[in-house]
Design a protein around this ligand. Sequence first.
Ligand code: HDD
Length: 710
Amino acid sequence: MAKKSQEKSTLKQRETVTIHDQKVRRWEGGELHQIAEDDTPVLTTAQGGPVADDQNSLRVGPRGPLVIDDFHFREKIFHFDHERIPERVVHARGYGAHGYFETYESLAAYTRADVFQRAGEKTPAFVRFSTVAGSKGSFDLARDVRGFAVKIYTKEGNWDLVGNNIPVFFIQDAIKFPDIIHAVKPEPDRAFPQAQSAHDTFWDFISLTPESMHMIMWVMSDRAIPRSFRFMEGFGVHTFRLVNAKDESTFVKFHWKPKLGLQSVAWNEAVKINGADPDFHRRDLWQAIQSGNFPEWELQVQLFDQEFADSFDFDVLDPTKIIPEEVLAPQPIGRLVLDRMPDNFFAETEQVAFMTQNVPPGIDFSNDPLLQGRNFSYLDTQLKRLGSPNFTHLPINAPKCPFAHFQQDGHMAMRNPIGRVNYQPNSFAEGPRESPMSGYRHFPAEETGTKARLRPESFADHYSQARQFYISQTAPEQRHIAAALTFELSKVETPAIRERMVSHLLNIDETLATAVAQKLGFHSMPSPADAAMPTRQDLEPSPALSIVERGPKRFEGRKLGILITDGLDAALLNGLTAAVAKEKGACELVAPKVGRATASDGTWIEAHHMIDGGPSVLFDAVVLLTSADAIDDLVKEATARDFVADAFQHCKFIGYDPSAMPLIEKAGIADGLDEGTIELPGEKGISDFVSTLGKLRVWAREPSVKLGKA
Ligand code: HDD
């Protein structure tokens, strides 16, 4: 019978040892605690002094003033006052996990990077997912790009692949980064809106920046509201180089492909999830890893040479362009598995420092101007945030391979050189030496040119791939793009900005532009924006760009929400939970009382959520299991009616036993029952119902509900 899931404790095994004649307990993380006679750990100051009273500050008499020799109080408050460090200027809200990268086959022909030499070798990794615009405490389901930053602790130093869940970027030159970020962040005079692009300054900048149009199509698509970090792709974005032992270079684009397929939520759902569970993505990753369902991505690469680059329709150095998978198929080269949550969020996820310039020998940069600007930027931000050039001494940032250098001193130096010699060359035969053969050699690219501030002609096509992205989407996905643009622009107060945006859309797809203009109530259509190059109409759609086309094959990793009441059919519930478990999905029970519901056979069932705290937006599909005796009361619960109505408007599968029919009627959907509303157990049985759930949504229903109509 379903039960509340048991959260694993994060406290790790301990051992008791004696140090300086004192009984001490060592925790797995290495921390030591003094132990009192009764075997409890002793509270101490940061200096190690045992504390007798942590409840009352030192004072003169019962009602007198505090005294300044209360060093324990002073130290405790001092430390508390300094707990916060500056949040990241972008990607402030994030969540990370440990895992490993496993190489499939040797890539020695392409790269001398040690991490890619041996089939089956596992290398430790840490990944941090993030949103871009919101601050640390913002909600997870903002419409936003997701950061997908991977640190692989290779034997030749850390390799950071600092990517996003979208393969292109807003701008072509890093010099515009402060502008795009200023524009999307809360407006400086009023300090709102938080974690949202739906405001004037963002769309003002975008409408004046045609190179952002391709990225805008992605950000207005469902890619920007993923259902889970586990169900989204990651991209290195830029063209990099792989360099082999003979110093031969191959261009490469990196792609992370989620094993469980792609999935997003609907916008109306995202808005409601943000209220119901602002930590939706965090909780999802935490629960998956803690329950042993380790998320996995395959690393795939698009490999190409200069000849391909020269023959390609667009410049491979332009970060606003992709190479469609149908033009150049990505090849799988390894997998990333996340199998352990950090022991401490601050120490690991908050203090992890990613830097694009962290590459091992055998991986090199291209001349993508955005990448080169990033290589310059990331070091500064770590110093600002972490406060010392010794941030590499933090365990999460330190390499896991042996390392030795002559950098020394500075704030909070934890690793200090020993011996006399801290320079080189030296004649004392002490300390590390360069290693010309295995050390990092930059690819000897030949560069010539005139120094100038310019944007190359080859970067001038701003609309063709934006159009290609749009025409590659399925009908529901195209509707969502139109609806997202309409929503965002409806929040823009300046009519000229709305018009400018529609004039760009006209260069992408006329039907899209018209749909948005109509919904925004334009009296007349503006002229198409001046384009540096005309939009190409001949680019073939790329099905790989659609989430629906790349969805999962089964319900694995997804959650079924079952609304239950007293009198529910116990056999049906057991059948459902077993069938979902077989598909490697999870069930959560929602009930009028979280305490207990009594099933038809008298068993008592504990629910995971009260209806008010477990709206259907938290689940991928829902089932209604009730009884003739309980249904009248259930129908009176507004939240129960919302549970059903929302699941319906979000195009989810709804299973129900016949006694739930009055709730379906009251929810106002009885007239719309379709192939996605399924009476249980039904003719084909429970396991058939559960395998149907793998389709996730009944998109055919969408035109009949308001959601998504532009
Ligand atoms: Fe960046 C953080 C991804 C362009 C400057 N960036 C940051 C993070 C990700 C990205 C995932 C969060 C890392 C973490 O979890 O700690 N950034 C990208 C991608 C870009 C990009 C995919 C374009 C392809 N970024 C970009 C530019 C600049 C920066 C052009 C500046 C010139 N990014 C930063 C930063 C951050 C950062 C200010 C803030 C926090 C940090 O670095 O560690 O330096």
